[in-house]
Design a protein around this ligand. Structure first.
Ligand code: GTP
Ligand code: MG
Length: 682
């Protein structure tokens, strides 16, 4: 310990993660209240928490982006990053993880949430983040909590290690025994737990549970194993050393108990973080930060605030960032930080220089992006972490409600994507649409709410258009004749076109077989242009593809013929010819892969078949215990809101990716409806 009572590990940064609605934001509130950072512990349901401070989070009673708050505990600063639990907002958690020393995975005794837990633990395992499990809502749990490890273990690759043993009064959990300290506590609502004697039945159970905890630790410590075999009590310091070493190395994941609403178990959690979790030095080493004269920080979130403008949330990994520091990120351009701020949910407060270990916001770094490695040096550093968003799964067409907001919409979308890179904006030139691609229904809904609330652009959204095409099934020879005699100079063009179907993905081919100059050479390109004009919208209302057109005959007039006249003649030829060629609708078919927990595979198969999908088979998902991947060919029009059904069949964890495969003919009632809808829209 340092003299001032601070631990030598310095300011910490800890992520609160876990399945949807497990109590992360409530736990943050409990921590802030228990450590005196806030006067009153707010609740999510009343919309009074620090973590869910944004209008959108309050409105939906769930976290929709990460939020950050710092507090002091036993002389050290702790910054917590409260991450959303919904898979639709998981990108914020993924970009935050490189910044943290450890994560607290808040979870419940609920088998329906195990796949979500597995998903989150997988991210932590992959990024090598030391992690505790906080088994929350213990106020609602019963004696079944003994089964917690059996229930939760399959979700974790590293061994779960019970650090605490619940004690009961009847069916209700009233306290716990700390198995490392060997002390018994009873919970007090909104107050520290009280130490009570450890005796009788509780003592016997403690001995067994402690032995099992030590056995788990001894798997990675031969000396401890020998002590256990020889019935020697290991010294308490050794147990704590092993706990923190094996936590840091990702060998074990200690499990603590508590109730966020009552702040039960919160102090023990903080003490475990203080004594067992690594500090910034270990985190910098994990990320490969090379110490030196220049400060290094990792930016894990970008915000555009109404008053402060752009803010970059960063963890300082080495050195000091003074006010007004010049910082360079991946862009290579240095920006001057307009200020160093302490964050508390939506509130920011100006403060002084930030030291290694501290988590702060830096103002107005115009060129900094989320995931950037920032340095006070002149040269940009190689990135410490690269977190690519998952491929988006749901699209919506967006337009400003009022035309005058079109320019503002463009700027707002740019800021929105800076804040949330898991949102993808595509400008579809063919359909003249702005398409927002997101991670799910709620993600897109929140995006449009933010556009209105934060950036003042009211939005209309619509289902994006499907990329239908049409083609022909019968060849024909068609004349196209354009003749106009109005007063002086007339117009004359006359062509004969051979129109033929091409095989699928044959595109468009134009050829000519003109002999004897019946159509002068210089007009032939105009004929082709006219044909292309005519193919832009076929008789069914869609672009025509897989057609070959050959100019075989025609005639001209020495005075009245022109490029324009032959262009018009070409267009007339194709437009009059196509309806006689037995046109047919083509729809895009995609190759789809749905990933889901195996017990949902049958449901997914049914969903895919119900959406005109052609199942290609399913396999176990590589490296994912208990998961499958279902492969199918599916029409684009049926994929539109596929994710909504997939999520509801998989407790929110299933997802899919897709890739264009081919265009297929579509006939019958479905095709008639599409054509009728297209005509109605005209
Ligand atoms: N009984 C009980 N309820 C709790 C406890 N902790 C949280 N809750 C309730 O669980 C619900 C979700 O709590 P949140 O704190 O929003 O959970 P979260 O994990 O932050 O949710 P997301 O961020 O949306 O994933 C709220 O209704 C809380 O009041 C607890 O310890 N006991
Ligand atoms: Mg939350």
């Amino acid at each position: 310990m340092a003299q001032n009572g601070n631990s030598q590990r310095g300011p910490r940064c800890v992520a609160l993660v876990g399945p949807f609605q497990s109590g992360k934001t409530t736990l943050l509130e409990g921590i802030l209240a228990r450590t005196g950072a806030i006067q009153r512990q707010g609740t999510v349901d009343a919309g009074t928490t620090v973590g869910d401070g944004s209008k959108e989070a309050r409105h939906h009673c769930m976290s929709v982006e990460l939020s950050v708050a710092s507090t002091e505990f036993m002389g050290d600063t702790y910054t917590f990053i409260d991450c959303p639990g919904s898979v639709e907002f998981i990108h914020d958690m993924r970009t935050a993880l490189p910044a943290v020393d450890a994560a607290v995975v808040v979870c419940e005794m609920d088998d329906k949430k195990i796949p979500q837990l597995q998903l989150i633990l997988r991210e932590l395992e992959d990024q090598k983040i030391p992690r505790f499990l906080f088994l929350n809502k213990i106020d609602k749990a019963d004696a079944g909590v003994h089964e917690a490890l059996n229930l939760l273990q399959p979700a974790s690759r590293s061994k779960l290690l019970m650090r605490q043993l619940p004690t009961f009064s009847g069916e209700i959990i009233t306290g716990f025994v700390d198995l490392a300290l060997e002390r018994a506590f009873v919970y007090k609502e909104h107050a520290p737990s009280e130490i009570v004697p450890l005796e009788g039945d509780a003592l016997d159970r403690e001995k067994t549970a402690r032995f099992s905890m030590l056995e788990t630790l001894a798997d990675h410590d031969d000396e401890l194993m020998e002590q256990l075999l020889e019935d020697i009590q290991p010294p308490r310091d050794k147990v704590f050393d092993d706990l923190s070493k094996e936590l840091r190395d990702g060998l074990v994941c200690p499990v603590l108990l508590g109730s966020a609403t009552r702040t039960n178990g919160v102090l023990r959690l903080l003490k475990a973080l203080r004594h067992e979790s690594p500090g910034v030095a270990a985190t910098a080493a994990r990320l490969g930060v090379k110490g030196g004269a220049d400060a290094v920080a990792y930016a894990f979130k970008t915000l555009h605030t109404a008053h402060g403008g752009k803010m970059s949330l960063v963890r300082v990994l080495s050195g000091t960032i003074p006010e007004g520091a010049q910082l360079t990120g991946a862009s290579g351009t240095a920006d001057r930080a307009s200020g160093v701020f302490k964050m508390s949910g939506q509130q920011s407060e100006k403060r002084g220089a930030a030291q290694a270990g501290e988590t702060v916001a830096l103002g107005k770094l115009d060129h900094a992006a989320t995931c950037d490695t920032l340095t006070t040096g002149k040269q940009p550093l190689p990135p410490l972490a690269e977190v690519k968003p998952y491929a988006p799964v749901l699209a919506a067409g967006l337009a400003a409600k009022e035309r005058k907001d079109d320019v503002k919409l463009g700027q707002a979308l740019h800021k929105l994507v800076e804040e949330d890179p898991s949102l993808v904006i595509v400008h579809n030139a063919e359909q003249q649409e702005i398409i927002a691609w997101g991670q799910g229904e709620m993600h897109l809904r929140v995006a449009t709410e933010r556009l209105a609330d934060r950036f003042g652009v009211a939005i209309m959204s619509h289902a994006p258009k499907v990329g239908y095409r049409e083609t022909i099934r019968k060849p024909i020879t068609q004349r196209g004749r354009h003749k106009k005699q109005s007063g002086g100079h007339g117009q004359f063009g006359d062509v004969v076109l051979d129109i033929k179907p091409l095989p699928r993905s044959g595109g468009f081919k134009f050829d000519e077989k003109i002999t004897g100059g019946v159509v002068p050479r210089n007009y032939i390109p105009s004929v082709e242009e006219g044909v292309i004009d005519g193919l832009k919208q076929g008789p069914l209302g869609f672009p025509v593809v897989d057609v070959s057109v050959t100019l075989i005959d025609g005639s001209y007039h020495t005075v009245d013929s022109s490029d324009q006249a032959f262009r018009t003649a070409g267009r007339i030829g194709i437009v009059e010819g196509l309806p006689q060629c037995n046109p047919v609708l083509l729809e895009p078919i995609h190759h789809v892969e749905v990933v889901c927990p195996s017990d949902a595979t049958a449901k997914i198969n049914a969903i895919v078949s119900g959406r005109r999908g052609q199942l290609l088979g399913f396999d176990t998902r590589d490296g994912w215990n208990g998961w499958d991947v279902v492969r199918a060919l599916m029409p684009e029009s049926e994929i539109g809101d596929l994710i909504v059904e997939v999520r509801s069949a998989t407790s929110g964890v299933g997802s899919y990716t897709f890739k264009f495969d081919h265009m297929a003919e579509l006939t019958g009632k479905t095709a008639d409806q599409i054509v009728a809808a297209r005509r109605a829209a005209e």
